[in-house]
Design a protein. Structure first.
Length: 418
């Protein structure tokens, strides 16, 4: 179990990965001697390519489906969110064809030109049926102040020309983070859909935060602005130094009154904390809350917080040195075509092409024997989960790599170290 606040929790898990990524992406250039078995992207046999991603996207079922559909091979190498972009910056892009990261980390990769631009015209299934939030400024879910999610989907040239005709990274799945609580323990609050429950003094010592120098300040800023306690000057996901000072002043006040039991940094850890009732309320991943309930907890994930969702997306970023471009494009289309989302949807994740997912899951009943997977996960047909449309409309900001990354890291280090 993660230690309480103190030096033992400093630089563990998410924070260590975050700081490491920042340092290495600033200019790391050492080559990786190897990137797992199976050869490299530049030396693979024709039709075979290699990807690095989460265990979710390197799931053997997904990769086998790609081979069955196309006759081509995508070898998957699983890694953590915090480590994969570090390896890419160190030279893994020379051995791999694809990186499938959280778009939060794409900014430094863009800045160092460690990607191959993909013309939109090369991706057959990127049509007007793709959700507007990935194609149009001003669409529901688009955040004008930060320019997200378009800012990282398209190349700088495509954004400046407003043609949006060239990808930096192609979105393949996305979702929203918020918070959760134990319904048998957290029974009082001014607003049971508000992030304010995490900071409610009635639950002092039973609240927890995610150990992440970027995402947790974003959640706090979302709460402070959404509850009209403070109006930030710029994007919630890209705070200025002055605005960061406000966020951390608030966090320090909460810490001083012993509001937080600990910082969590791992899926399994969060599940255990909820099941054991060591933590009653916390910022959370929906999938961890569902897993906790499956293990006996009585937890609720708040899909649409009063102050707004924090959205995120993953996708396919192509190596500038790939020699398997056609296989990579087929792999992108495979994701957009919907087949992987037969596996992803029951875990709570969404596709940029819901129209192609619907026929594949509208007659399957993985989650509820009385409600189809489409109705449950996308359409909001039960009171257990709202529709995708409502969640998009409730977007407050997208997770992103901030301009003041060093200041985020410094303040988070101070917050966790004392």
């Amino acid at each position: 179990m993660q230690a309480q606040f103190g030096r033992r929790s400093f630089l563990k898990g998410g924070l260590g990965a975050t700081l490491g990524a920042g340092a290495l992406l600033g200019g790391g250039s050492a080559l990786l001697a190897a990137c797992g078995s199976g050869g490299s992207g530049s030396s693979s046999a024709a039709g075979s390519a290699r990807s690095m991603g989460l265990s979710l996207t390197t799931d053997p079922r997904i990769l086998a489906g790609f081979k069955k559909k196309t006759g081509k091979v995508m070898q998957g190498q699983a890694d953590t969110v915090g480590n994969m972009q570090v390896q890419w910056a160190q030279g893994a892009y020379r051995q791999l064809d694809v990186l499938e990261p959280n778009a939060q980390w794409v900014g430094p990769i863009q800045g160092n030109n460690l990607f191959k631009p993909v013309p939109v015209s090369d991706v057959p299934l990127w049509t007007d049926d793709v959700l507007p939030l990935f194609r149009k400024a001003g669409a529901p879910g688009y955040v004008k102040e930060s320019g997200w999610p378009l800012k990282t989907i398209y190349t700088e040239q495509a954004l400046q020309s407003e043609a949006l005709d060239e990808f930096t990274m192609v979105p393949t799945w996305f979702g929203f983070d918020a918070f959760g609580y134990l319904e048998n323990r957290v029974t009082e609050g001014e607003d049971m859909d508000s992030y304010g429950l995490i900071f409610d003094k009635r639950y002092a010592g039973k609240a927890a935060l995610f150990d992440d120098a970027i995402q947790t300040p974003l959640k706090v800023a979302t709460y402070l602005q959404g509850s009209n306690q403070y109006a930030f000057d710029g994007p919630l996901g890209n705070l200025t130094k002055d605005d960061l000072a406000i966020v951390f002043e608030f966090l320090d006040e909460m810490k001083a009154r012993k509001q937080f039991r600990l910082l969590w940094n791992d899926f399994g850890q969060l599940v255990d904390l909820l099941v054991s009732e060591e933590v009653w309320v916390c910022d959370a991943w929906s999938s961890a809350v569902y897993a906790a309930n499956a293990a006996g907890a009585k937890a609720r994930f708040v899909d649409n917080p009063t102050e707004g969702n924090n959205a995120w997306w993953y996708g396919v970023l192509v190596s500038p040195e790939t020699k398997n471009y056609e296989t990579v494009v087929d792999y992108i289309d495979y994701w957009l075509g919907g087949e992987p989302h037969q596996i992803m949807a029951p875990q709570g994740y969404y596709s940029p092409r819901p129209d192609l997912v619907k026929p594949l899951i509208e007659n399957t009943f993985t989650t509820d024997p009385d409600v189809s997977d489409w109705d449950y996960w996308y359409a909001g047909a039960t009171d257990k989960r709202p529709s995708l449309e409502s969640r998009i409309q409730n977007t407050a900001e997208w997770q992103q790599y901030p301009d003041e990354f060093a200041e985020y890291s410094r303040l988070w280090t101070e917050f966790t170290a004392s």
